[in-house]
Design a protein around this ligand. Sequence first.
Ligand SMILES: [Zn+2]
Ligand SMILES: [Zn+2]
Length: 162
Amino acid sequence: MKRNITMQVKAKKLKRKSMNYSAEKITATLKSKGLRVTPQRFAVYANLLSRSDHPTVEQILEDLNKNFPVSSQATIYSSLQTLREVELVQEVLLEEGVSRYDANMEDHHHFRCSCCGAIEDIPSNHFEALNLNGLRPGLKATSYEITVHGLCDRCNLQNSGL
Ligand SMILES: [Zn+2]
Ligand SMILES: [Zn+2]
């Protein structure tokens, strides 16, 4: 029974991953932000759109080098900075000193597995809105973000000995 549930979750994830961002659409998005479409920018943005695991620069590099063995960490970093400036990509800081990147620019929260470090998006409408009225006078809230810590489905299964 438990296995079935996990498989369904997996199927859902795969579906989401295979959501196709065509090359034309990616090119058009970059151009609409006034960016010159360089192979590096294209590759970095396409890579981030294809995954939801909030990779680090190193992880993007590793992935890109499989098909594109000319990328260096510095060029990927500079593409990421450009994509951040035009708000196509955001930096996610959930661990001290580790920058991860996310092409999901909608308001959302994160779930972080404290065992393997996996990060997953939680849609912002998933929780009831937080009451921010309790802030001390003088502070004005503009947004907030929730990080839920726990075990991902894989680590949870391993922990329960299945
Ligand atoms: Zn995990
Ligand atoms: Zn995210």
